[in-house]
Design a protein around this ligand. Structure first.
Ligand SMILES: *[C@@H]1O[C@H](CO)[C@@H](O)[C@H](O)[C@H]1NC(C)=O
Length: 270
């Protein structure tokens, strides 16, 4: 039995009069980001409710496996949408219902802001995404992202993708991206309040003194290292300090390299 019911007390205090930054899940804005090129992130998946409202992102690691944050896997209904850029354009889009999918949540995930915020959506073989589909421009609209090597050192130039949601709950029409500076555990720990539940399995992005390092992107979405061939996913958007726009703390991601054995054990396609 790999399905766990996680009840999340989503205490995302509506940034009221309380201006003390609190740890929380990203509210899904890519602050200071810019529009991605169509087809630039063919592995990004929009996780949507039954009413087609985007609530989290994920990444395809093979044609039946979506890698996301554990805290995104609370609703067994809805659908996964791949190949989208302009959300209003259905061309090249592939949609799979969650009805027959299996959710795997890391057994050590505590249900809130904290470590082991990683999960998988396993589709049935008959619901597999078509990675061989070809767009009009000759590219593949849907593709798997690469996994990092064990030796990934956790620093460098990263890139974050997402549609995000603005304060009114609306989504930008086109996929957004943010160039993000990836920092290591020690640097991240030092930049966060001492009470933070940061673990060595996390990676962070941070640009000192800038709000765009904090609380960016869609929960569950990919932080990647770009490459000419296959991008590598090094982080899954996990948490940050809210209110996003006014804090300059690092954004915290689940470090994918730390969970390679877990992913290998729990994915279907070996
Ligand atoms: C999914 O991938 C598996 C393994 O690579 C392959 O055998 C299968 O045909 C693929 N399914 C689709 C629909 O492309």
């Amino acid at each position: 039995m790999r399905t766990f019911v996680v009840i999340l007390a989503l205490a995302l205090a509506a940034a009221s009069a309380n201006l003390i930054p609190q740890p929380g899940f990203p509210d899904g804005r890519i602050i200071n980001g810019y529009e991605a090129t169509k087809g630039e992130a063919p592995y990004i998946v929009s996780l949507q409710s039954t009413s087609s409202s985007h609530f989290c992102a994920g990444s395809l690691i093979d044609n039946v496996t979506i890698l996301t944050a554990a805290h995104c896997l609370t609703n067994k209904e809805g659908q996964a949408v791949c190949g989208a850029h302009d959300r209003t354009n259905q061309q090249d889009v592939q949609i799979r219902k969650f009805t027959n999918a299996q959710y795997v949540i890391h057994e050590k995930y505590g249900g809130g802001v904290g470590p082991n915020d990683i999960g998988l959506i396993l589709l049935n073989e008959e619901d597999a995404f078509d990675l061989n589909a070809v767009s009009r421009d000759g590219s593949n609209p849907v593709a798997a992202v690469g996994l990092p090597s064990k030796t990934f050192e956790g620093t460098g130039d990263g890139c974050l993708y997402g549609w995000g949601r603005d304060n009114s709950g609306l989504l930008p029409t086109n996929l957004q991206k943010l160039d993000a500076n990836v920092i290591g555990y020690t640097e991240c720990k030092n930049a966060l309040p001492v009470t933070s539940s940061i673990a060595e399995t996390n990676v962070c992005t941070h640009t000192s003194g800038k709000a765009d390092g904090a609380c960016n992107g869609d929960s569950g979405g990919p932080l990647v290292i770009k490459s000419e061939y296959v991008d590598t996913i090094i982080g899954i958007v996990s948490w940050g300090y809210t209110p996003c726009a006014s804090t300059t703390y690092p954004s915290v991601y689940t470090g994918v390299a730390s969970f390679l054995p877990w992913i290998a054990e729990n994915r279907k396609a070996k």
